[in-house]
Design a protein. Structure first.
Length: 232
């Protein structure tokens, strides 16, 4: 959106700003039990569109690693909290197709605060991008919730560039750009989990803090103040 506006109004380039969504640290539970789990726990909460979201690269990579004995499925668990019925049907078919029933569980959707608790307790959070012509500049609320947990994030192929840049900025995230990436990332996450090294993937908290709603409100107020000063 910013780039589009700057191209339409090049004389206003320095006056076009973006204030993103953010997260409220007070919404998140203080107790984090993620590393007490005996299993590497992946969590995905929210809607799953059978048309516009495709986790098959993740499933293909898991299938390869499990069949080759590189990953022990008994050390894995995937918790899906899907909000839409067609998403549940779509996911159930995938799980059955790949025979992942032993370590993939589909749960009923939870409340907002329950969802944050589940995200906080995860070992890794899954980001499955919504693929459309309008998704490139979108920063979803879910992404900022993920930032608030300080947990590692695994983003699937077709993740928008703006989110890739944010993950690079705050750290603690992986973007699987292709199937080979996905295989290698899963191996690294699995080995880090076995060696109790997932904590080393902590985010740059100073970078994350700029996306708290308090700091974003300060940024917006600063823009308003600047406009007022220049109008006088």
């Amino acid at each position: 959106m910013k780039a589009m506006l700057q191209s339409v109004h090049p004389h206003l380039q320095n006056n076009i700003h973006v204030v993103t969504n953010g997260f409220d640290p007070n919404d998140f539970p203080l107790n984090n039990d993620q590393f007490s789990s005996q299993k590497l726990t992946f969590v995905y909460p929210g809607k799953l569109s059978p048309i516009s979201q495709n986790p098959s690269v993740l499933f293909d990579a898991l299938s390869i690693l499990v069949q080759r004995g590189i990953i022990n499925p008994n050390k894995l668990q995937f918790h899906w909290y899907i909000q839409n019925s067609d998403g549940v049907i779509f996911l159930k078919r995938l799980v059955k197709k790949y025979t992942f029933q032993n370590f993939m569980k589909i749960f009923k959707p939870t409340s907002y605060f329950e969802s944050l608790e589940k995200q906080t307790q995860a070992s890794v959070l899954l980001f499955i991008p919504f693929v459309s012509n309008y998704a490139e500049g979108c920063l979803t609320t879910k992404f900022f919730e993920y930032l608030g947990t300080n947990n590692p994030i695994l983003a699937l192929p077709s993740t928008p560039e703006i989110i890739k840049k944010l993950l690079e900025e705050v750290g603690g995230g992986y973007v699987a750009s292709n199937p080979s990436d996905m295989v290698n990332i899963l191996i690294e996450l699995y080995n880090r989990f076995l060696n109790k090294q997932l904590l080393m993937l902590g985010k740059n908290k100073d970078a994350s803090k700029q996306y708290t709603r308090l700091n974003l409100t300060r940024k917006l107020a600063g823009i308003f103040n600047s406009v007022v000063e220049h109008s006088q």
